[in-house]
Structure formats: structure tokens, C-alpha cells
Design a protein around this ligand. Sequence first.
Ligand code: SF4
Length: 223
Amino acid sequence: MSEKSSIRRAIRRLPVMRDQIDNTYHVVRVENDLGMKVACKKGCAHCCSQMVTVTMVEAIGIYLSIADNRWLLGNVAHWADSQATLIMRGMTSRQWFRTGQRCMFLTEDNACAVYQERPFVCRTLMALETADNCAPDATDPTVKRPDYTRAFDHYLHAIKSADEAALPVGVIPLPIAMQWASIAWTEGRESLRRHLDRAGIPAYDLMAHNTFWSIRLGEMEQG
Ligand code: SF4
């Protein structure tokens, strides 16, 4: 099977995994399960100032989905480079959040321009009861959020799909992933190793860039 066909095969599995995560994190279900109100609503985009991370297969899936959208391609071309540079220069995720970086897919009215294809991690971030503490300048950083292990299983399937497509397993910051996704289709997946080397990210140490998932993966690996 050619490189592109194996990657396309992995990408074709994404909608099912997204549906499973959306079902697990459905507002009504979360509220019924936990007896708490979900505070997230359109226009509130505090969490879109976090340093979002994605798997390689998600990044290529997003890139292919916007391939006909000049505005979004322009955003990726502009923001992926400048934001990736900040990360390569050592900006931590905490500094990223505090300095109010915005996701390259966030529109002026704080909506997600790739909502249907948004990364798994975005689908699982929810604030319960109040979103006040989600703001970068909040004095209390405690945010109540649902944490379903089943969603993590779906995430592991995505990683497995990436593995089957011979893409590196793990997550990296969205700007670096999109920067690579925009060249991957012409330069091939081997270009990722060079790309990550330039970004100072060892190809097989990708999880180090995402504390939440790396902790959870660490638990899974030990079990
Ligand atoms: S992909 Fe969409 S939901 Fe996720 S951080 Fe970016 S704008 Fe927000």
C-alpha cells in the first residue's frame, strides 16, 4: 500500500472516533451523569488560548479538510510558522496561555473554524458549573471538568491508526503539527523526522509535550 493510501485509511477512521468522543462528552450526557451544568458556550474561547496538541493523523486530517479554503490555508501559513517559532524558542505551555496566544483556527467572533474536525483534545475540554476560572488571568486556576476514561480509549485508537499509517505515535503542539501537515503531502512522512529535529522535538518523545496525555499514557503503559 502506498504511503498516501495508508495515511488516507487512517484518516477515514477519524470520524468514527470523533463521534465516539462527542457521544461520551455530549452536554446532556455529562450533565445527567455528573449532576452539574456544562458552562461552555459558543463565543467563550479561553481554552483556545491553550497550547493545543494533536496526533499526526489528526493534523493531516484537518489539513486535507481545509485544502480548498484559502483563508484557513493563509492562517495556517502565517500562524503555524510564527507560533511554531515561539515553541521552538522554548515558550512553555504556561507562558503560551498567559500571553494570550490564539489558536490559528479561532475566528474573530471566537468560533472554531474547523469545528467538525477539531482535535480530540478540544472535544474533551469542558468546564463544569463556571468557565470563569478558564481565563488566562483567573486568580483561581481550578476548573471542574469531566474526565471519562472511555474517551481516552478512543484516543488510543487514533494513536493506533497513526501507527498503522507509519506516522509517529504521540501528540505535538498544533502549530508544529500543521506546519508539517502542510508539507507532508508533497514531501512524505519521512519529512516529519527532519521537521521535528528542527523543532527540537525527539520523534519518539512526543508525549513529553502534553502533560495530561503523557501522564495518562504512562499509566496505560505501566498497566
Ligand atoms: S481547533 Fe478549534 S476548538 Fe480547538 S483550540 Fe483551535 S479554535 Fe479552539
